[in-house]
Design a protein around this ligand. Structure first.
Ligand code: NAD
Ligand code: DAU
Length: 336
């Protein structure tokens, strides 16, 4: 049975991806390698943990010995590298771990891919590597201009991956997705933070003037795109994965208030993020040419996401009562 590795598969996107692939490809053995940082949760994989074509391994992608042992055991055909530190605000507070995991970790995996002759190495990158754009959209050939420690680390990681294609002919493919939302997203990110705060009757802390723009893609559309990239993507290429659903943060906040029927006076302007990127926007014609299109419109996706957080309060309340409390206090101080 061939095996594929999903690093960071206990996080938000990785767990949605693992769930889909384990069901869709029963003839492949899917192995999740995850360190279970504050953002990774084993229970995100509970639906598939007993499947015979699935294994979970707790471990760190920067640990060369452990990574090599795993490659020796499974001889992976393909790798999807989701593992990363991912939250921009945490990268502004403390960049070191981002460089270690996102850049050095990618290097460790690439070395293993080189040694064990992996067929495809898919590096999950982000639209943030392009930096901010006031008008128009970024295409795959736009210059990279990351503007915060998170996006700079992700740019470093994907360029390292590309260098393994150019230098060692490893079949690397890079994807750059826009802002994901949906079930199992850690409630430090805008949408789950606002939904869960709204359910708890707390304020929704909106940075700056609230006019920053993000392009929101439903997580299932993103993971579908990755399956298409696995099948039809070309080595050495980059693929933008966007949704064409650009919204100002203040409008997202209003929609969440409407869906939960709470008073919009709960939306409270707070101090802006340092170096806050104004707008992200992707041209994703190249993905369309592979036959992929995003399916979920934002209104529907948001309603489904709100329902999921309403129905799974145990999941996020457990998170909010742990490490998160200190983080929230540091970030938002007295805000309730
Ligand atoms: P997440 O923070 O929810 O999950 C990250 C996962 O990586 C966690 O399970 C964590 O435990 C694991 N991890 C962290 N360090 C590790 C290490 N050293 N070794 C092994 N595992 C480790 O992140 P996410 O939002 O699911 O993002 C997944 C990937 O997609 C990241 O590479 C991110 O840069 C990229 N991405 C995210 C978005 C988005 O909107 N969330 C958009 C584009 C790209
Ligand atoms: O664009 C893709 C990126 O999207 C991914 O690569 C990152 O991993 C992911 O974290 C996300 O980054 P953002 O910084 O865009 O997402 P975040 O949810 O942190 O913030 C979205 C917008 O909302 C941004 O303009 C900042 C704003 N915001 C965020 C928080 C947490 C607020 O106004 N208030 C908040 O409390």
């Amino acid at each position: 049975m061939k095996a594929c590795l999903i690093t960071g598969g206990a996080g938000f996107i990785g767990s949605n991806f693992a769930r889909m692939m384990v069901g869709r490809y029963p003839e492949t053995h899917w192995v999740v390698l995850d360190k279970l940082t504050y953002a990774g949760r084993k229970e995100n994989l509970s639906e598939i943990e007993k499947k015979s074509n699935f294994s979970f391994v707790r471990g760190d992608i920067v640990d060369t010995k452990q990574v090599e042992r795993l490659f020796e055991e499974y001889r992976f055909e393909n790798i999807f590298n989701f593992a990363a530190e991912t939250h921009v605000d945490r990268s502004i507070e403390s960049p070191g771990q981002f460089i270690m995991t996102d850049v050095y970790g990618a290097y460790v995996l690439l070395e293993a891919a080189r040694k064990y002759e992996v067929k495809k190495f898919i590096q999950i990158s982000t639209d943030e590597v392009y930096g901010s754009i006031n008008e128009g959209s970024f295409s795959e050939s736009s210059p990279l201009m990351p503007r915060n420690p998170y996006s700079a680390s992700k740019a470093g990681a994907e360029r390292m991956a590309y260098s393994y294609f150019a230098t060692y002919q490893i079949n690397v493919i890079i994807t750059r997705a826009s802002n994901n939302y949906g079930p199992y997203q850690y409630p430090e990110k805008l949408i789950p933070l606002f939904i869960t705060n709204a359910i708890e009757g707390m304020d929704l802390p909106l940075y700056g003037d609230g006019k920053n723009i993000r392009d929101w893609i439903y997580v299932e559309d993103h993971v579908d795109a990755l399956d298409v990239v696995l099948k039809y993507g070309k080595s050495g290429e980059v693929y933008n994965i966007g949704a064409g659903q650009e919204l100002e943060n203040r409008d997202v906040a209003q929609m969440i208030c409407q869906q939960l029927e709470i008073d919009p006076t709960h939306i409270k302007p707070v101090k802006d993020r340092l170096g806050h990127d104004r707008r992200y926007s992707l041209n994703f014609d190249k993905m369309k040419a592979l036959g992929w299109n995003p399916k979920k419109d934002f209104q529907t996706g948001l309603a489904e996401t709100v329902s999921w957080y309403r129905d799974n309060q145990e999941w996020w309340k457990r998170i909010k009562s742990g490490e998160y409390k200190e983080y929230y206090q540091r970030m938002y101080g007295h805000q309730r």
